[in-house]
Design a protein around this ligand. Structure first.
Ligand SMILES: *[C@@H]1O[C@H](CO)[C@@H](O)[C@H](O)[C@H]1NC(C)=O
Ligand SMILES: *[C@@H]1O[C@H](CO)[C@@H](O)[C@H](O)[C@H]1NC(C)=O
Length: 433
């Protein structure tokens, strides 16, 4: 094994100059890094009030190139996109946001029976009037709108994903004529599309949620007038997440405790990562992997996620959360934890599949939801600053090495996803384009 042994420095003189050489080399490396950081800051076109942000890959492109990256819009798509710049509602009732507010983003598709439950639960959340609620819609549905328009307990802003497959009846990102179906072969069937790793072609219904999530993340952090300079945390919830009355106050405590109690935590969660668990009930904080129910993080973390746009967009997996667990978080280098309380402040409910909410109206809200009991301890903040942190290490579940469930093999989906990462980083413009 002599080949693999490091060559020994026998010469004493060489040994003496070695530290000098090493220090010089270190200096050069540092200088190169500094120069690169400085030139990066010139191409960052997003505005920010934050210091110490993580430099990210150069996604700045020209406006003309950006236009070619997006599919031709339908009339409805353009109409909805214009709605996104309307100011929030209820400004007359709640003219100001609290200084340290945590913005809440609720992303929804089309399950009005569910949304109604979630909105009702939000109306009882202590402190909700201090913040802005953004409802991000995948598709346009009257019943969903009506519920959101009825909200009177805080500022509300509705946004619509303009490239939702649900807005494109006969063209990409919907189904276009000539698209391959199921396991057809592009050359023998003379159809369009790239199969995923299991040989299946794209299905607009299946890809829509990952597109929506990525569009929404980019839009909320880097696109919207209301939030693009927000310096605190943003909480993300879905249309089938019941929110407990103490959720907002607990989250404020968690985000405040996070820097000291759990410096290795990227996020704070309202619920355990095991969606069936209601928590341990111990007198301790819990650090574990980031779950997909009620997660909140800040702009520094978003920049880190954003810098992995290619990993996110090119991984053959149609679920956004599995994509994060299997590629994005592992690429951060160290374990990615979240901080939460020992009792849940949010609960996933319902049994209906994502896209079947409309057909079976009565069977959708199952008993699981009726069993969500809000007890006295869930009504006010119940996390204590003096608690220690219990860390769950090496939890099971999706992680680096998982190949993905597929469904995300079509080049057009991958390009649209990358286009979302570019859309607010257009050269020579400081405003969202
Ligand atoms: C970033 O991309 C733009 C447009 O493609 C290019 O002009 C610029 O030189 C790039 N900057 C860096 C640092 O790579
Ligand atoms: C955002 O959160 C991360 C992870 O908890 C933390 O390291 C970072 O300092 C925070 N950034 C700001 C500006 O508070």
């Amino acid at each position: 094994m002599a080949f693999y042994r490091k060559p020994r420095i026998k010469d004493a003189a060489l040994r003496r100059i070695l530290p000098v050489v090493l220090i010089t080399l270190l200096g050069i490396v540092l200088l190169t890094f500094l120069i690169r950081t400085v030139s990066f800051s010139h191409v960052m076109t997003w505005r920010s009030d934050e210091i110490g942000e993580i430099p990210y890959k150069n996604y700045t492109i020209s406006g003309s190139r950006l236009r070619t990256m997006f599919p031709k819009q339908t009339e409805l798509s353009i109409l909805l996109e214009n709605k996104n710049s309307l100011p929030p509602r209820n400004l007359d009732l709640f003219p100001n946001l609290a200084k340290d507010h945590i913005t809440i983003v609720l992303y929804v598709h089309n399950r009005p029976q569910y949304l109604q439950v979630v909105v009702k639960s939000l109306s009882s959340v202590e402190g909700i009037h201090e913040t802005l609620l953004i409802v991000s819609h995948d598709g346009y549905f009257q019943e969903m709108n009506k519920i959101v328009e009825g909200i009177r307990f805080c500022q509300v802003k509705q946004i619509f994903a303009p490239y939702s497959p649900h807005l494109f009846p006969d063209s990409f990102p919907g189904v276009s004529p000539g698209d391959c179906r199921d396991k057809e072969h592009p050359s023998t069937n003379k159809c369009k599309g790239n199969p995923d790793q299991y040989g299946n072609h794209r299905s607009p219904k299946i890809v829509s949620l990952k597109h929506h999530w990525w569009w929404m993340m980019n839009t909320v952090w880097d696109g919207l007038e209301e939030t693009q300079r927000h310096s605190g945390h943003i909480l993300f919830i879905e249309e089938d997440h019941f929110i407990f009355p103490n959720a907002y106050r607990n989250l404020q405590i968690l985000t405040e405790l996070k820097p000291q109690k759990c410096p290795y935590c990227y996020a704070a969660n309202l619920a355990p990562s095991d969606v069936n668990s209601r928590g341990e009930g111990w007198e301790t904080l819990i650090a574990e992997k980031i779950g997909n129910v009620g997660y909140a993080f800040n702009r520094t973390v978003w920049r880190k996620i954003y810098s992995k746009a290619r990993d996110f967009c090119l991984f053959d997996e149609y679920n956004w959360d599995i994509t994060m667990w299997a590629t994005v978080y592992p690429s951060f280098g160290s374990s990615v934890y979240t901080l939460r309380g020992p009792r849940t402040s949010a609960a996933h409910f319902g049994k209906c599949g994502l896209h079947q909410g409309q057909e079976k109206k009565s069977s959708c809200i199952d008993n699981g939801f009726m069993n969500i009991a809000v007890e006295e301890v869930d009504k006010t903040a119940n996390i204590k600053a003096e608690w220690g942190v219990h860390v769950y290490e090496r939890q099971s579940g999706y992680k680096a090495g998982f190949k993905g469930w597929g469904g995300w093999g079509d080049e057009r989906d991958r390009q649209l996803c990358l286009a979302f990462a570019h859309m607010y980083h257009v050269e020579g413009s400081n405003s969202p384009g």
